[in-house]
Design a protein around this ligand. Sequence first.
Ligand SMILES: Cc1cc2nc3c(=O)[nH]c(=O)nc-3n(C[C@H](O)[C@H](O)[C@H](O)COP(=O)(O)O)c2cc1C
Length: 315
Amino acid sequence: MTETMFKPPSPDLSLNIAGVRFKNPVIAASGTFGCGTEYSSFFDVSLLGGICTNGLTLMPKTGNAGIRVLETPSGLLNSIGLENSGIPAFLEKDLPGLKNLGTVIIANLSGGSSDEYVDGAVLLNESPVDMIELNISCPNVKEGGMAFGLDPETAASLVMAVRRVCTNKPLMVKLSPNAPSVNAVALACVNAGADALSLVNTFKGMAIDIAGRKPVFENITAGLSGPAIKPISLRIIWELYDALKNSSLLVPIIGIGGISCTEDALEYLMAGACAVQIGSATFVNPHTMPDIIDGIKKYMIDLKLSNLKSISIRE
Ligand SMILES: Cc1cc2nc3c(=O)[nH]c(=O)nc-3n(C[C@H](O)[C@H](O)[C@H](O)COP(=O)(O)O)c2cc1C
């Protein structure tokens, strides 16, 4: 018999999150992948498990003035401030192209007030997006964003209001690592109707321009991402898994924070995340995500793991 006849079956990288099928667990993180189409010249974007859109608000936003990104040792500070053209323009101009990319499209929803979130959710609920990621964790806007994600009660009342109108789409809530208790906010969100949790958004940080003798960013603080945050984010996810499990509220956890290679992604999948999102690493190497998909597949073949769940080391 020839060798090809003994080829082992290909491992199954697919997964299901709240009824949505992903072909693999690697998803582009919000705000770092443009509208998806920009990366088509680097690799076949349909290979991705999914794409989270830029932060979307009902009304257009011009974003923050001044310096918006600054490289730091092993990281990136950003203060974009949710620049976007508004949900109606997104639905008309960007979504048709995104839907043609052949991957799961997740709309990242933000707002300056509870009403703005709800009105945005109403439009997305009737659109062809596959899922909504409720961003209650952006540290770079003065109103809304992270202000909804630091306190369990405030977070729960927003999730409940959005859940009420979000009848057709799964709702994933994106959490802030800056909350005094991430676990308390997470549990409140699940109790309020979140189908899944994604975390973390960026850590609040800052930098000072010593020549100008002033903070670099107009808002003084900015959000830190990249490899510098990975050990902290990983620990947060490990602890969150326990908290959800012990409360019998285990929903899918999507791990985010400083993932730049296969080994990083595997750590998150072992710690209790069912999928990962990748942001800043794509700026350094646009091929990071397809490389990680190949790397996970190779790891599964080497260890003879037939499905993704068997990567986890959590009970
Ligand atoms: C330039 C930039 C813009 C971002 N914009 C958003 C956004 O609009 N909405 C959001 O939920 N997260 C946003 N994020 C956060 C990322 O989605 C991600 O949670 C964070 O960067 C941590 O992942 P990373 O270390 O892989 O970059 C942004 C991050 C960066 C670097």
